[in-house]
Design a binder for this molecule. Structure first.
Ligand code: TXA
Ligand code: MG
Length: 352
């Protein structure tokens, strides 16, 4: 049963009445899915513990996995965090509003339900005009995880949100496709040195150029189950398509040969197979459904398409999937972080 009211809002000139209506739903403890420049978020009042509990229930998300609080002004930051270190201010001045989340020590006004029991809080100041207007109309603080059912790819279109959550929330705002298509970069400022907990549109080098010496959460570098990531959500398997996904890595011709061989082997056994590749290589595969994520020279395009393609595999009922690696210059680390999770870290490395 469809419960959510679906409204279309022009990203640059959203209807003020509908923004007001959405803001009132949040102020009254309800849930509204809304667009941001990264992915769609599932929003509730961040200062209302009951609203946060509703978010966990709607997503089917473990309640130890904290939510990001979305703000629309620097002044509001001071109301929810104890202190803003100099380096955080510097990074924020360069990257906010935008696809960056920063972790601070929280003030008491932020309920533990929102932070999954932690004393710290994740804060993001998004740039998407509809998100900013909605935050202001909702009292200034929207708690929002990505608006997908826990474990599924994050939504980059309103259709994805409708698919997952239409019967579980009050309103879905449709402003078309999100720009970036991968979730924000998370940087933790609660220890001596800033630490990247999740790569995103801003990569390690971008942050280092601004801040100098930084650390990267060890679990991002090494796939070792004994290490515990500092962002609780990073420990969960994510984005996985229903089909069995394997990444094949190595020199280009060798990768193409191996994928074609594997596809043939599995097609002969009757499996429905697919290949995820780039514009540069798409004409060299045969015998499978071939899906290009875009040109390797336009890494933004690849990031933008990734989650939508992962959902497409499910709707086409693909059973066996092979993907090339996308180690592109700047956003490659974020793309591969998501793709590796989707594959449950199953990689055939032809260099070894
Ligand atoms: O781009 C984004 O960040 C999107 C849009 C909607 O803003 N949101 C998003 O939220 O990706 P979510 O809930 O899917 O991912 C939030 C991540 C999780 O891995 C969570 O564990 C981590 O942030 N996180 C939240 N609060 C934290 C905290 N206090 N300390 C460490 N990690 C935290
Ligand atoms: Mg998420």
């Amino acid at each position: 049963m469809m419960r959510a009211k679906i409204v279309c809002l022009n990203r640059n000139d959203p209807d003020e009445e509908l923004i007001k209506e959405a803001g009132e739903i949040i102020l009254n403890g309800g849930l509204v899915a809304f667009p941001t420049e990264t992915v769609y978020g599932l929003g509730g009042n961040a200062l209302d513990p009951e609203a946060s509990n509703k978010i966990y229930t709607a997503k089917g998300r473990p309640s130890d996995n904290p939510l990001i609080i979305h703000i629309a002004s620097w002044d509001d930051l001071e109301k929810i965090v104890k202190d803003v270190p100099q380096k955080a201010r510097l990074l924020g001045e360069k990257c906010w509003p935008g696809p960056l989340t920063m972790i601070f020590n929280k003030k008491d006004i932020v309920p533990e339900e929102t932070t999954g029991g932690l004393d710290t809080v994740a804060v993001r100041f998004p740039s998407h005009p509809v998100a900013r207007k909605l935050i202001l109309a909702s009292g200034g603080f929207i708690a929002a995880p990505s608006a997908n059912i826990s474990g599924r790819p994050s939504p980059t279109k309103a259709e994805h949100v409708i698919e997952d959550l239409a019967d579980r929330i009050d309103m879905i705002i449709d402003s078309g496709e999100t720009d970036i298509g991968l979730e924000s970069t998370i940087v933790d400022f609660t220890s001596d040195k800033p630490v990247i907990l999740r790569p995103g549109y801003y990569g390690e080098e971008d942050i280092r150029r601004i801040l100098g010496d930084i650390d990267v959460d060890k679990t991002l570098i090494k796939n070792d189950n004994s290490l515990k990531p500092k962002a609780p959500g990073m420990k969960y398997r994510h984005y996985a398509p229903k089909g069995d996904l394997t990444i094949v890595e190595g020199e280009r011709d060798a990768v193409i040969d191996e994928i074609n061989r594997l596809v043939k082997e599995h097609s002969e056994k009757g499996y429905k197979t697919a290949v995820l590749c780039s514009d540069e290589t798409k004409d060299r595969y045969f015998g499978a459904e071939v899906i290009s994520l875009g040109s390797l020279s336009k890494e933004e395009e690849i990031a933008h398409h990734l989650f939508d393609v992962l959902r497409t595999l499910d709707s086409r009922k693909v059973e066996i999937i092979y993907s090339e690696a996308f180690n592109t210059q700047r956003i490659g680390a974020a793309i591969m972080n998501r793709l590796l999770k989707a594959a449950g870290h199953k990689v055939i490395d032809l260099k070894k």
